[in-house]
Design a binder for this molecule. Structure first.
Ligand SMILES: *Cc1c(COP(=O)(O)O)cnc(C)c1O
Length: 363
């Protein structure tokens, strides 16, 4: 698609993603995996996964089986693909066929996988996840009490990884981190000698005692700050530039956008740009969002519409804001975390909502 035909241009910097991977991998003696769920956090798994494989990444995680089947064709055969949600009922065969490794989260999933192992007469690999306090996924203490009394609870399954997930890794002072780590250490004793993994992006920054054998970053690879409130050590990987559709001079008292909520004080220049909530640009940025042109920050005024929104560009040289000109909505001047803060959400949601109407470019 021709860039000028789209409302906005999304640029994904694969070099920055590779550099972020290298930086995270160099922080630890543990191996470093890459989390690919939600189409590589909205940036495009098809491009991101091979780039990370070239950077030396050998272990990938997806959330769903469907994502993993797509990923299988994108990375070399020797790469290990884990599916975080495990095998839904009736899907064990698919895992086997596409050489995918399930993360087993409860006795039902274990049973699903063991049944296939029994049928095939061979051991099948799996990661075992323990719930150490998040109450989201993984064997709960009650599951283990029921199973653990039987020494053969894993028969037919060859555990390749024991893992858990931190609830508060982005809050280094939270007592949850240490509590979960201790519980994880206790539970790991059920699987002696099996490689372990606990740290997501923020977890990597909690220190080496959280690293174990495998790091599992997602967000930090894509430029989201793993240490909110502190300088971001990673590189920005995404930029979004919106095209100006129209510019108009409005008079004192004129209103902008649905609901007529923004009332102009004095004569203003309003640029309408071609990005709206249908592009995943959060509607909560109405009257709060920002854009940048030549490093000057200008405000979003009025409500974000489905396909457009108003930007007050008063004071910007007229020749810089003409139909077809571009304003940065996210990138070097407006990092993803800042956009998220203005929208009242987190960088994860800003990225994973990015729509399909943009002209996408990978550099
Ligand atoms: C999403 C996810 C990750 C990656 O988390 P980030 O915060 O994006 O680094 C790691 N492990 C599990 C289980 C996840 O669900």
């Amino acid at each position: 698609m021709d860039a000028s035909r789209a409302g906005a241009r999304l640029t994904v910097d694969l070099g920055a993603i590779r550099a972020n991977y290298r930086q995270l991998a160099n922080m630890s003696r543990a191996s470093c995996a890459a989390v690919m769920k939600a189409d590589a956090y909205g940036l495009g798994m098809e491009q991101v996964a091979p780039a990370l494989a070239l950077e030396g990444c050998k272990v990938f995680f997806t959330a769903h089986l469907q994502e993993a089947i797509a990923l299988r064709q994108l990375v070399p055969e020797h790469c290990l693909i884990y599916v975080l949600h495990g095998p839904p009922p009736g899907t064990a065969r698919d895992f086997f066929q596409y050489d995918l490794t399930p993360v087993l989260n409860d006795p039902g999933q274990l049973q699903e996988w063991r049944a296939l192992a029994l049928k095939l007469g061979r051991e099948l690999p799996a990661a075992i996840q323990f719930d150490t306090g998040m109450s989201r996924m993984g064997f709960a203490p009650s599951d283990l009490a029921a199973l653990g009394s039987r020494s053969d609870w894993l028969a037919g399954v060859r555990p390749t990884l024991v893992m858990s997930h931190l609830a508060c890794a982005d809050e280094p002072d939270s007592p949850m981190n240490e509590a979960q780590r201790r519980r994880f250490n206790t539970l790991r004793e059920l699987l002696p000698g099996v490689p372990a993994s606990l740290a997501n992006s923020s977890g990597v920054f909690l220190g080496p005692e959280y690293h174990y054998d495998l790091l599992r970053p997602g967000a930090a690879l894509y430029g989201i700050n793993p240490q909110p409130g502190r300088p971001n050590p990673l590189r920005q990987a995404v930029s979004l530039h919106a095209r100006v559709v129209q510019v108009r001079t409005v008079r004192d008292g004129d209103v902008v956008g649905y609901g007529a909520h923004h009332v102009c004080a004095g004569e203003r220049q309003i640029a309408t740009v071609a990005v709206g909530y249908a592009d995943g640009w959060q509607r909560s940025l109405s009257g709060r969002g920002q854009a940048a042109i030549d490093d000057v920050i200008v405000p979003v005024v009025g409500r974000v519409s489905m396909d457009s929104m108003g930007i007050d560009v008063t004071g910007i040289p007229a020749e810089r804001v003409v139909p077809g000109a571009e304003l940065e909505l996210m990138g070097a001047t407006l990092p993803v975390d800042e956009v998220a803060a203005l929208a009242g959400t987190i960088g994860y949601e800003v990225l994973t909502r990015l729509g399909s109407r943009f002209h996408r470019r990978y550099v």
